[in-house]
Ligand binder design. Structure first.
Ligand SMILES: Nc1ncnc2c1ncn2[C@@H]1O[C@H](COP(=O)(O)OP(=O)(O)OP(=O)(O)O)[C@@H](O)[C@H]1O
Ligand SMILES: [Mg+2]
Length: 342
């Protein structure tokens, strides 16, 4: 694999707020990389630094092995797709897509085949004459992508491009985006705070927290073996459960997902149901243990509030140390599937 994008010890501070603290990252050519993190953690800032519209305090950014740190955006051969697409409402779809080529003084006879070609790729040939305020949100997304693709960039930077779509369209647009990236074989650097998008789209997900990557890996790895308790809480439909635990002489906590425990009358542990919430085929049970810890369990059957349930933890990860600083290690048990999407 060749490295497409390289961040080398990048730092950025706004006043006293450290948004990137010595961040290093390699994104491979053709990779779909998702930058995930809660709001305000510096995701857009990092993307803007890669695009060249935000300066670095220190560090180096390389694209295709070339140092672009001091290059203006138009010399980086990147394409950006923003949350609001920034399409020109008074132009039709054709002119929106053609716009970046016009800005680069391509002659009209060269522009037309390029626009028609990319429109065909994205299935929007039929709407080239329509104004962008007369097309659906999903179509607008494709127009924004078409406008990015038509310049034949080497790297795509996308900042929450799906967040403006309503839930149903977003579901389809998400799947389509993944297919487009696969078909193009291009490198996508995609920013979101939506972990479902990270799960569905990414080859690898990096979670930005307090200016550093708290963990980088395939989404399933973040879910199954979180590097820290913070990741265990952030990733997943419900936070990971933690119970004080000693392993090989080390004190810490055992972390387990609801589906890693089995609720049954024969279970070795017990807890009292406080809240029962039906999600898809399962009922999630927020319970309290005898020593007052709150944990989530998962049951196929609905359970009355106040009931004492028994459970056995079949699989867990171990976090050494107290609730603050901690490193996760994998433990026994068979792999299981994630909770159902909803
Ligand atoms: N130009 C600026 N000057 C000062 N502070 C800024 C500037 N741009 C961003 N910030 C601050 O830096 C932090 C990171 O902002 P950023 O937009 O990168 O976050 P984000 O992770 O993209 O958040 P969101 O998910 O809400 O889009 C925020 O606290 C923001 O207020
Ligand atoms: Mg942002």
């Amino acid at each position: 694999m060749t490295v497409k994008l390289q961040l080398d010890r990048v730092s950025k501070q706004f006043g006293r707020l450290l948004v990137a603290d010595d961040v290093s990252l390699d994104v491979d050519a053709g990779e779909f990389f998702v930058l995930l993190g809660p709001s305000g953690e510096g995701k857009s800032t990092l993307l803007r630094m890669i695009a060249g519209i935000e300066t670095l305090d220190s560090g180096t950014i390389r694209i295709d092995g070339k140092d672009v740190t001091d290059l203006p955006p138009n010399k980086r051969n990147i394409a950006m797709v923003f949350q609001n697409y920034a399409l020109y409402p008074n132009m039709n779809v054709y002119r929106n897509i053609a716009f970046p080529l016009k800005m680069q003084y391509f002659p009209p006879e060269e522009i037309e085949p390029k626009v028609r070609d990319v429109a065909k790729t994205l299935g929007i040939s039929e709407i080239l004459d329509r104004r962008v305020n007369q097309i659906s949100g999903g179509q607008q997304q494709r127009v924004a992508l078409a406008r990015a693709i038509v310049r034949n960039p080497t790297l795509f930077l996308l900042d929450e491009p799906l967040s403006n779509l309503d839930a149903r369209v977003r579901f389809a647009a998400r799947a389509e985006l993944k297919k487009i990236q696969r078909d193009l074989g291009q490198t996508f650097f995609f920013v979101t705070h939506d972990q479902k998008e990270a799960e569905v789209l990414s080859d690898r997900t990096g979670v930005l927290h307090h200016g550093v990557f708290e963990q980088i890996g395939p989404f399933g790895q973040l879910y199954d073996t979180p590097a820290t308790r913070w990741i265990g809480d952030f990733v997943g439909d419900v936070p990971m459960n933690y119970i004080p635990w000693t392993e090989s002489g080390a004190a810490g906590s055992m972390g387990f997902r609801p589906e890693w425990a089995e609720v049954s009358p024969a279970g070795s542990e017990s807890a009292t149901v406080q809240v029962a919430e039906r999600v898809g085929d399962f009922t999630y049970l927020l319970c309290t243990t005898a020593n007052g810890l709150r944990i989530y369990l998962r049951s196929l059957r609905s359970v009355d509030i106040g009931t004492e349930v028994h459970y056995t933890v079949n699989r867990h990860v171990f976090f050494q140390g107290g609730p603050g600083g901690d490193g996760g290690t994998t433990e026994s048990g068979r792999p299981e599937r994630h909770p159902p999407s909803h």
